[in-house]
Design a protein around this ligand. Structure first.
Ligand code: R5P
Length: 309
């Protein structure tokens, strides 16, 4: 280590994310400790951190099922600071509440802005993967931590590599216009053909999808998106693609939210394989983001070394 270089942080994690924490700790060469969590009979939580914390701490918490986890982050971040941490980074491979980025109807909470400010009040840096940023262009606008400390990674390149290994001359299709950024990124890596559908949402489980004007006859189609939640967007696109003559339809998503019977909904529509990154632990996980997240943490440490003291 260079003289005066910032020491490596300690990774803190919750027991339900033990496996991804181990992968990240190994990739980033970080010491790691579990946060003890007790739920009282009345539902309140007691959390306990290691007493001796270094000055830099990284907290891993992926934010699917986010409501209780946001309260955990409040308790953990503030406790970490009282125990001596001076720089606290959040690694949230899946970032919740990013889709409600405007008031679609008068009176609606703009959740992205509110949750983003809350996280920025707790953390010095944030690392996430394919956040659903639609009407804002940077993560820093959604979570106003210092600019260089809001790091966005993408699962699309790794999913593209996986698709290249599993399918010959696939056609990548994004199920809606918002997926264009990830589909274009994945396609450019291997020179895949790609296109995106148009989608109109009528309700949580009611979507209307229109296929792009493109021949799909006989093609191995892979639907690629940041997230599938109820699975109805993917299911609707799959039915149309198979009806139009696609040879097969597989699904690749960064975030396997898969609420309720989503997997079954997709399978019933004719989806063959479902691949996801390990941002949210799920049996469909096929690629790991640990190495990319480790590089982002190194970048944050490097930035700190060059901040004025
Ligand atoms: C939103 O635009 C996202 O990219 C997904 O397309 C959407 O969240 C999928 O939702 P669901 O699986 O519930 O149809």
């Amino acid at each position: 280590m260079q003289p005066n270089a910032t020491p490596k942080p300690m990774l803190l994690f919750f027991d339900d994310e033990r496996e991804s924490a181990y992968r990240l700790a190994q990739a980033a060469c970080l010491q790691h400790r579990a946060i003890e969590r007790h739920r009282f009979p009345d539902g309140e939580l007691k959390l306990r951190l290691p007493e001796a914390l270094p000055s830099r701490v990284v907290i891993l918490r992926t934010l699917n099922d986010p409501n209780e986890k946001l309260l955990e982050l409040l308790l953990v971040a503030q406790t970490a600071r009282t125990l001596g941490a001076r720089h606290v980074t959040l690694v949230a491979p899946y970032l919740a509440y990013m889709r409600q980025d405007i008031a679609f109807h008068p009176g609606e909470a703009i959740s992205q802005r509110i949750v983003g400010k809350f996280l920025a009040s707790l953390f010095d840096a944030v690392v996430t993967v394919d956040p659903h940023l639609h009407r804002v262009s940077t993560l820093q606008e959604a979570i106003p931590v210092p600019n260089a400390n809001a790091i966005v990674l993408s699962g699309a390149p790794l999913l593209a590599d996986l698709i290249a290994a599993r399918r010959t001359q696939p056609l990548l299709v994004g199920p809606d216009e918002e997926s264009a950024q990830w589909v274009a990124l994945a396609a450019s890596r291997h020179g895949f053909d790609y296109a995106v559908c148009r989608k109109v949402r009528h309700g949580d489980r009611a979507v209307e999808v229109a296929l792009p004007k493109l021949a799909v006859q006989g093609r191995a189609v892979v639907l690629l998106d940041d997230v599938a939640s109820t699975g109805h967007t993917v299911a609707q696109a799959t039915r149309l693609l198979l009806a139009a003559g696609a040879a097969s339809v597989d699904v690749a998503v960064t975030h396997a939210l898969f609420a309720g019977d989503a997997l079954q909904v997709m399978r019933d529509a004719g989806v063959q394989e479902v691949w996801s990154t390990d941002c949210i632990a799920h049996p469909s996980n096929a690629v790991s983001m640990a190495t990319s997240i480790a590089q982002a943490l190194d970048q944050i440490t490097h930035n700190s070394n060059h901040e004025p003291h």
